[in-house]
Design a protein around this ligand. Structure first.
Ligand code: 5AD
Ligand code: SF4
Length: 471
């Protein structure tokens, strides 16, 4: 049997794409491996969002070259494919820079991977077309057995691309214009996931709350309506969505947070910066106060919602005073988690041509200050959970015998002491301790969950939750 090793970088969309690539290859007899040295086919599914991401790919290709040579000495052939957003952005340049690469495949072309590999037998291939045909239509149907092997949580792409053109971002160039999948296709995929035992679906898109898919009624549906339909699917205990833009946070979506118990109280809503001047230069088309008002409305609808965001420090022209505005916004809002980055000029984006680039040491200092504040908030949020009982979706067994690992509604990792539970159960867990990256808790509910085909397992869970011994 042939083996494929897929390494994915960057966002959740790439995780989804990587899974779909191995689905495309399965009928060709490829089994997945996590050991590159035994792979007949190596796929690097790349990310182009920041400079470091692309550089990592080239150093990984150096290692792949080594492996390919060693395998060749043993008489075994290795094909190497670069996929994802670096593939889209750099195209043939990759073939020039890395001799080891046999094919370059963009994120809108991987459904043709089998044909591409056949062509790569004769010559090196670049396929970075944005085809007219729907990629999703050409992909093989989800296979229940393969889905089950991937666990009880799944990503489901409902929207791709972006029309917002933030001045720092490559996404509109690498992933193309915003496209939403039709509602019926999304629901069909969700049902397959649920039937295969998936308990939590995260609907994903580069701009997922801009979703505007064709509904079965011929009308355009927004994300809120789609979430309401997904919430009806038996077996789906939890829904999440990511990633969103403040400008698309409409009333209906906020209301969905109030009305849908299975929509988890967690919102990743990137703001990028706190200064209105910088937000304007970033082409975000909202102010810091507009963001604060959105958060107020979301909190009014769902008071326990945990917030998460993305931040960029050192955007061209960012002064000390501008940066203080970011710190002030973080202090005002309070985040349960966040991602923060130094601005990285991306070729082809408007901000990269700005002359007022911020010096590296200034970026580093700002990032350190921002991250210290965000980390303080994250730890405080986690500490606040101690003593509370939260519903945990059990995702896998833990590191030690008798331990299981899962997630709270607020996306916190929770280690649960209870050998009687199974993966896929949703159980109330009393949190007794917050570690630096996980919460620890116990439950005396045994087999509190139910088989995945039954909805709302948490309703069956027994309530007494004296915490058991926790390490
Ligand atoms: N430099 C730094 N961070 C960036 N991001 C996107 N483009 C850049 C860039 N050029 C960050 C944004 C975005 C997240 C996915 O990556 O914060 O929300
Ligand atoms: Fe990039 Fe802005 Fe689109 Fe997000 S909204 S993908 S940051 S252009």
């Amino acid at each position: 049997m042939k083996k494929v090793y897929v390494k994915s970088y960057g966002c959740q969309m790439n995780v989804y794409d990587a899974e779909r690539m191995s689905d495309v290859l399965a009928p060709e007899g490829y089994a997945q491996t996590d050991r590159p040295e035994e792979a007949d086919l190596v796929i690097l599914n790349t990310c182009h969002i920041r400079e470091k991401a692309a550089e990592k790919v080239y150093s990984e290709l150096g290692r792949v070259r080594q492996t390919k040579q060693e395998r060749a000495q043993a008489g075994r052939e290795t094909k190497v494919v670069v996929a994802g957003c670096v593939a889209q952005a750099e195209g043939a340049e990759i073939l020039k820079r890395a001799q080891v690469v046999d094919a370059v495949v963009g994120p809108q072309s991987y459904q043709r991977l089998r044909e591409i590999l056949r062509a790569a037998e004769r010559r090196r291939v670049v396929d970075t077309e944005f085809p007219v045909a729907d990629k999703f239509d050409e992909l093989p149907a989800l296979d229940a057995r393969r889905v089950r092997g991937r666990g009880v949580t799944a990503f489901l792409t409902v929207q791709e691309g972006c029309d917002k053109f933030c001045s720092f971002c490559v996404v509109p160039y690498t992933r193309g214009a915003e496209v939403s999948r039709p509602v019926a296709k999304v629901l069909a995929e969700a049902r397959t996931l649920a039937e295969a035992g998936v308990r939590e679906i995260t609907v994903i898109g580069q701009n997922v709350n801009a979703y505007h898919g064709e509904g079965p009624d011929g009308r355009t549906w927004g994300l809120a309506r789609l979430l309401r339909a997904l919430a009806e699917i038996a077996g789906v205990a939890r829904l999440r969505y990511t990633t969103s833009h403040p400008r698309d946070m409409d009333e209906e979506l906020i209301a969905a947070h109030r009305d849908l118990p299975s929509l988890m109280p967690y919102l990743h809503l990137p703001v990028q910066a706190g200064s209105d001047r910088i937000l304007a230069a970033m082409n975000r088309k909202h102010t810091g106060d507009a963001y604060r008002r959105i958060i107020e409305r979301v909190r009014a609808a769902r008071p326990d919602i945990a917030l998460s965001s993305d931040f960029i420090v050192g955007f061209p022209g960012e002064s000390d005073a501008d940066f203080e505005e970011t710190m002030r916004l973080v202090a005002d809002v309070g985040f349960a988690s966040a991602f923060s980055f130094k601005y990285s000029p991306r070729p082809g984006t408007p901000a990269a041509d700005e002359t007022a680039q911020v010096p590296e040491p200034v970026k580093a200092e700002r990032l350190a200050r921002l991250q210290a504040l965000l980390e303080e908030q994250r730890q405080a949020f986690n500490r606040d959970t101690v003593g509370r009982t939260v519903e945990v979706l059990i995702e896998k067994s833990g590191r030690h015998p008798g331990q299981l690992a899962g997630k709270s509604p607020y996306l916190q990792a929770v280690v649960v002491e209870n050998a009687g539970l199974s993966v896929g159960d949703v159980v109330p867990v009393t949190i007794v301790r917050a570690g630096s990256n996980s919460l620890f808790g116990g439950t005396n509910a045994s087999r509190a969950g139910a088989p995945p085909t039954q909805p709302d397992v948490s309703a069956n869970a027994s309530a007494g939750e004296a915490a058991l011994a926790v390490q």
